[in-house]
Ligand binder design. Sequence first.
Ligand SMILES: [Fe+2]
Ligand SMILES: [Fe+2]
Length: 302
Amino acid sequence: MSGLNLFKRGTNIDIVRQFSNELSLLGRENGVDIMYQTVFKDKMFYVYPSEDPETYEFVYILSGEIEYEGNGEKQILKAHDYFTVKGLKSPEFFKAKTDVTYLWIITEPTFHQLSEDHRNLNDLIKKVESRDRYTFNHSERVAVYSMKVAKKLKLDTATANKLNRAAELHDIGKINVPVEILNKPGKLTKDEFDLIKKHPGDGADMVRKTSYSYLAEIIEQHHERIDGSGYPFGLKGNEITLEAKIIAVCDTYDAMTDDRAYRKALSPQFAIDELNRLSGIQYEPKVVQTFEEVLKEEGIIN
Ligand SMILES: [Fe+2]
Ligand SMILES: [Fe+2]
């Protein structure tokens, strides 16, 4: 856009709304994206390492407070504080203490990743979670846990990004499971459970039709267990991708520590004891151990 251009408040090229945040593209020129983002109170967000070590990011906080959790130390950033990012080795985590708004400038096209497909799939997660009254924000929590495990395991950027998105989308196939079954308080019949068992495959088929087709395998495998006792295929050990094994642990933990139609939430300690009991049987020991370290560092368990 040449010449001088004035824009009034609320003007943007494009906008995406997600669970945890709202992102507006204000400007795009020479491969630089200028965005305005609102992250809602109590939501986590992270900055990823870029594939390109030269990529530079600049974030200037306009209002609200965020907490940065780095090297076991917590720091608060407020309006007019800012940070820059370049050559990051692993993801860095932030938590919005209040609703937060900031200006985000990045020297690589970023907003385009939040394309039509992204929007449609996010709408789908929202729909799935609204049908099952016990899974509100489940996918988002599983994604946050998964990224913390990824960081500890020092997964490369491409794998971590893939894991994050797959974790967010892991249950989209549940859109095909009748609401009555999702919310059934009692034990499921075999037929009902067979319907539930279709959700990993259905989810995989759904992303196969989008630009996220590379996530299909992970989504399809998130209920596989290393001893072959999982579904839909009964895959074993190394037949299951590491990403699916990470989601399996985080997903199970979140399901246990959240209220469900058929029982109350279990304590974090109970959940991790259970994961440890099944470590090496159903769950990958390295993943369980790393996840336990994450919970300890966060002070969730002792
Ligand atoms: Fe699932
Ligand atoms: Fe799940």
